[in-house]
Design a protein around this ligand. Structure first.
Ligand code: AP5
Length: 219
């Protein structure tokens, strides 16, 4: 069996659709979807980082890097798709210390659209499943499709926190995008379907290897 594992990163501002597209790709191909925000919301490190999360500020590099590298360490034998990490140059360098991504997808979308999207977002806290009242509403309003449990709105989707998150993103992302320019593929944040097809076609070799290993992958 081939030993190459797919390592992909999705970059984009808050609300650009990282979680939505990663969830779809991961579900279709059996990759692990590793969301830094989800880990922070679910783990003890996140409780300590709560003050940052609520205000829409970036969690310090050393905190998020420790969380993510620990999670990656547990998944050394799996294909993965990183959502929301790395978000600063320091984080990107820390990631490079343990492995180099094969491809990086960057989502671009006007900031005004992001605000609208985030105000219409509802999530299922236990699974991280994301809905949008316009784009992908749940079958029954206010209820998760799979579990029937209630959906909630995130604290950091409040307008003040959203504005802070968007401001921070731009400055922090610039050097990361520069670092990855050789393996960077940019899409509009509305092109969820196109990104999904891109995963089929961008690297025939990687996907062949991936598909040949799929049977051995367990979520
Ligand atoms: P995190 O959870 O990663 O939040 P984020 O980056 O702010 O991204 P979002 O989850 O808000 O948006 P998304 O791009 O995933 O969009 P989604 O798919 O939901 O991080 C939260 C916090 O944790 C950060 O603020 C920070 O404090 C901390 N943190 C996390 N990582 C960190 C790091 N590396 N360093 C430091 N701190 C870190 O889509 C948005 C909405 O749009 C949804 O309603 C969706 O249904 C809809 N939508 C999606 N695609 C489309 C489409 N094609 N057309 C129309 N609507 C669409």
């Amino acid at each position: 069996m081939a030993s190459k594992l797919l390592r992909a990163v999705v970059l984009g501002p808050p609300g650009s659709g990282k979680g939505t597209v990663c969830e779809r790709i991961a579900r279709s191909f059996g990759l692990q979807h590793l969301s830094s925000g989800q880990f922070l919301r679910e783990t003890e490190a996140g409780v300590l980082a709560q003050q940052y999360l609520e205000r829409g500020l970036l969690v310090p590099d050393h905190v998020i890097t420790r969380v993510m590298l620990t999670e990656l360490e547990k998944r050394r034998e799996q294909h993965w798709l990183l959502d929301g990490f790395p978000r600063t140059l320091g984080q990107a360098k820390a990631l490079d210390g343990i492995c180099q991504p094969d491809l990086v997808i960057s989502l671009n979308i006007p900031f005004e659209t992001l605000k609208d999207r985030l105000s219409a977002r509802w999530v299922h806290p236990a699974s991280g499943r994301v809905y949008n009242m316009d784009f992908n509403p749940p079958h029954t309003q206010g209820v998760d499709d799979l579990t029937g449990e209630p959906l909630v709105q995130r604290e950091d989707d409040k307008p003040e926190a959203v504005a802070a998150r968007l401001r921070k993103y731009k400055d922090a992302a610039k050097p990361v995008i520069e670092l990855y320019k050789g393996i960077l593929y940019s899409f509009s944040g509305t092109e969820t379907n196109k990104i999904w097809w891109f995963f089929f076609s961008i690297n025939y070799f990687l996907l062949n290897v991936f598909l040949s290993q799929k049977a051995t992958l367990s979520p």
